[in-house]
Design a protein around this ligand. Structure first.
Ligand code: GAR
Length: 211
């Protein structure tokens, strides 16, 4: 059975575009059942429409709390038959309302090698800090900000000449590859997350491909 995805975006949606392209050419056994954007002007909405994927704009401004907003998102995702949720450039902190509805089935792509540079504008944080290597991380989402169990990471060298934009561009190319690869593992049922244990971080195991 293909993986039934819901993709949450806030911006240009190039990661969404990578997922849609991989689905379209058969590299990823998945269906994007719904794209939700919290912004009506998100460029990714056009990508979804061009691929005939249903879209919903749900503005966080229309809700009194993060929880109420997440409740509306959960309803839309459930109505669309979504099983797994991908945060692909979704610039809102999600709450236990979403995480509880899709327990251990919400993943995020972050443009840094976590736990370095969590939060907003990780690309600028990396340039400003002067690191020589940065990268991207795909991880399960937990109630913290970019703190959830790591599934996979990919490194990118940072040139002393890099500015935020040049690094962000190179990172995006890596992000697209990594996100599609991880979703492939999920579709094959190969991603396992440890059960919670008192006082220990939950880690992820990616099972070997059969054969
Ligand atoms: C990507 O670089 C993604 O990693 C980042 O936003 C960009 C979205 O690009 N996400 C975060 O910073 C989340 N904290 P896209 O809309 O073109 O996929």
């Amino acid at each position: 059975m293909p993986l039934d995805l819901g993709v949450l975006i806030s911006g240009s949606g190039t990661n969404l575009g990578a997922i849609l392209a991989a689905v379209a050419d058969g590299r990823l056994d998945a269906r994007v059942r719904l794209v939700v954007s919290n912004r009506a002007d998100a460029g990714g909405l056009e990508k979804a429409r061009a691929a005939n994927v249903p879209v919903r704009v749900i503005s966080h401004r229309d809700y009194p709390s993060r929880e109420a907003f997440d409740g509306a998102v959960v309803t839309a995702l459930r109505e669309a038959g979504v099983e797994w949720v991908v945060l692909a450039g979704f610039m809102r902190v999600v709450t236990p309302v979403l995480l509880g509805a899709f327990q251990d089935r919400v993943i995020n792509i972050h443009p840094a090698l976590l736990p370095a540079f969590p939060g907003v504008d990780a690309q600028a944080q990396a340039v400003e800090y002067g690191v020589r290597v940065s990268g991207c991380t795909v991880h399960f989402v937990d109630p913290g900000v970019d703190t959830g169990p790591i599934i996979a990471q990919s490194a990118v060298e940072v040139d002393p000449e890099d500015d935020r934009e040049s690094l962000a561009r190179r990172l995006l190319a890596k992000e697209h590859e990594l996100l599609v690869r991880v979703l492939g593992w999920v579709a094959e049922g190969r991603v396992e997350i440890e059960p919670p244990r008192e006082g220990a971080r939950r880690r992820v195991r990616v099972k070997r491909a059969p054969g």
